[in-house]
Design a protein around this ligand. Structure first.
Ligand code: BEZ
Length: 234
């Protein structure tokens, strides 16, 4: 039997638009989030253990994401009443890794028709026909997809990494730089390759102030952690 082909938005695409019912009322995505970053993420199913640990962690960190002008929006192909019952169970009954009484206040989309999951390539039939994989889409303040990460059903996401990715994207935009492997705020950043021969020569010879070159194509400069956060929080 032929497999249904689903679209998968790519980095740089406009985030596919949709209207949906959520645990926090109706949303019109991405229009309602203009001017903000959004992490739109899917999970396989309510009342499952890995997802429960993920929701508790994300909800516990929500304020940190909001402080970076970022809203969280979850989705699974379950219905609204299942979402509500699951989130109530999490708050009332689950204590995990020091987290308890965790209230999930960000919207959780009901997607029984799988309309949104199909638009965003969250259904990956090789993994499951009936459950969304753990997809993470970063949508920027003008509604463009900026990063896409997928995890399989069995693996809980690393939320420190999800926050690091957001900060790296925002830092790249704010300072017009790139970030090297394992970059964290406070580490040196990569400056764009010099456009003209004169600038390249000055750089490599160490004459461009604050810029250190490992070779002509690999130059960095320091941006302190304080500079990063004071700029991002403006
Ligand atoms: C979980 O969240 O625990 C889970 C969900 C679907 C498949 C496997 C694990």
């Amino acid at each position: 039997m032929e497999q249904e082909v689903f679209s998968m938005p790519r980095i740089g695409d406009d985030a596919p638009s949709f209207k949906a019912v959520t645990t926090q009322g109706e949303i019109n995505f991405p229009l309602d989030y203009k001017g903000k970053w959004v992490i739109l993420f899917s999970h396989p199913a309510d009342f499952t253990p890995v997802c429960t640990s993920e929701f508790m962690t994300f909800a516990s960190m929500e304020k940190e994401f909001n402080e970076l002008n970022c809203q969280l929006v979850g989705l699974s192909v379950d219905g609204l009443y299942s979402h509500i019952a699951w989130l109530r169970t999490i708050k009332e009954k689950i204590e995990f890794k020091g987290m308890k009484n965790v209230e999930v206040t960000f919207p959780l989309i009901e997607d029984i028709t799988m309309e949104v999951a199909k638009k965003y390539g969250m259904l990956q039939p090789g993994e499951s026909n009936t459950k969304a994989v753990r997809a993470v889409f970063y949508v920027d303040p003008v509604g463009k997809i900026r990063t896409v990460i997928y995890y399989p059903l069995s693996m809980g996401r690393n939320f420190d990494e999800l926050k690091r990715v957001l900060i790296a994207l925002q830092t790249a935009d704010a300072f017009q730089v790139a970030t090297p492997a394992d970059w964290r705020p406070g580490d040196e950043v990569i400056v764009p390759t010099a456009g003209s021969c004169g600038v390249a020569k000055d750089r490599v010879e160490g004459k461009e102030e604050g810029v250190k070159c490992y070779d002509w194509f690999f130059c960095t400069k320091a941006i302190t952690k304080e500079e990063v956060f004071s700029t991002l929080k403006k």
